[in-house]
Design a protein around this ligand. Structure first.
Ligand code: NAD
Length: 334
């Protein structure tokens, strides 16, 4: 992708800021972020550079959204309230931002006539489906609406429905990406983040990783550079429009294995992982997903995308980055 004006919402966040680093080489980039979880340190190396504009604002604010999409060719929509602990503790923020914020943005993009809109959806959309590997047209299997744990999945699924409906009604040029557990440098390490940065923070601090439940639940983790590549392909491949794609790797790992690998790669082999009940971390009504592995054939076929980074290699790079970060900042990434 070259010579475009690209808006990245949530561009000061983890995935968004890596996208900005890639896009700015050959494109002009506008970032819209309210800095609720994003950090200025993620984009400060671009401040003052030609072709980079930072707008501090909320996707819920129609006026700011209209200003941000003006003359834009491509929109990559990453802004959302993210993180398991957040959707258990702050379901109203999740529903409001993820549904109404996205709707605002889509309406303004339609008005502006953008040529491509790439939406960051999630593997959470599948809920607790056990039909592994999960294909894009798989049924969603979810718990009761009284359980906040499912609100994030639902908020993103509502967005997907809107996008399919706008595509049907107006040919809105959308592409939906369902990321599967992305990890890498710059990801938040507080307890509101994902399992990899939390384990790395604890292990580098000499503390045991806390494994929820028996640790035999599995995931397939996606290294950030692979997620960026898939997103850029989705923004440029013609046949991607109107479609939804899994973005992930097929490398399945249990959380017990993941904890061991992080301990080994950190060189802190004296640490023993500790198992704790889910309730201790998330409260009573939490339900975990036993296996979550993508079927990646559609992304391979249409986008020409295949995740390249083995988990061990991605973890090594990520641990090195955090080691350096903590040595300079003596704090968690928040
Ligand atoms: N990281 C993952 O493993 C993963 C997996 C599946 C899907 N996703 C999706 O990818 C996207 C990026 O996730 P991330 O991991 O980089 O999270 P992140 O929290 O680092 O990034 C989200 C960004 O959105 C911004 N933001 C939040 N609410 C906003 C609002 N109302 N207005 C403007 N900006 C707002 C935040 O400040 C932050 O910079 C999200 O949409 C998320 O749902 C991430």
């Amino acid at each position: 992708m070259k010579g475009k004006l690209v808006l990245v919402t949530g561009g000061a966040g983890f995935i968004g800021s890596h996208l900005v680093d890639w896009l700015i080489r050959d494109n002009e980039v506008v970032v819209l972020d309210n800095f609720s979880s994003g950090k200025i340190s993620n984009v400060k190396h671009h401040l003052g550079r030609n072709g980079f504009t930072l707008i501090k604002g909320d996707i819920l604010d129609k006026k700011i959204v209209r200003e941000a999409v003006k003359d834009v060719d491509v929109v990559i929509h990453q802004a959302a309230v993210v993180g398991v602990k957040k959707y258990v503790e702050r379901p109203l923020d999740v529903m409001t931002t993820n549904i109404f914020g996205t709707h605002n943005l889509v309406e303004e993009c339609l008005r502006e006539g953008v040529e491509r809109f790439v939406f960051a959806s999630t593997s959470e959309v599948y809920g607790k489906s056990e039909r592994i590997p999960l294909r894009e047209n798989e049924d969603r299997v979810l718990g009761a609406t009284s359980i906040a744990r499912w609100c994030y999945s639902t908020s993103k699924a509502v967005d997907e429905h809107f996008l399919f409906a706008y595509y049907e009604a107006y040919g809105f040029p959308m592409v939906i990406l369902r990321y599967f557990n992305v990890y890498g440098p710059r990801q938040e390490t507080s307890d509101y983040s994902g399992v990899i940065p939390i384990f790395i923070r604890r292990v580098l601090g000499g503390e045991p990783p806390l494994i929820h439940g028996d640790g035999e639940q599995t995931r397939a983790f996606t290294y950030i550079s692979d997620a960026v590549e898939a997103t850029v392909l989705a923004a440029s491949k013609k046949d991607a429009v109107g479609e939804v794609f899994n973005v992930g790797s097929k490398e399945e790992v249990t959380i017990n294995q993941l904890a061991r690998m992080i301990i080994e790669l950190s060189g802190n082999e004296f640490i023993e992982p500790k198992h704790i009940p889910y309730e201790e971390f998330y409260g009573e009504s939490y339900e975990d997903i036993r296996r979550r592995i993508p079927d990646v054939k559609k992304a391979e076929r249409v986008l020409g995308f295949k995740a390249k980074t083995p988990l061990r290699e991605g973890l090594k790079k990520t641990i090195e980055w955090y080691r350096e970060y903590f040595s300079q900042n003596l704090t968690t990434v928040r």
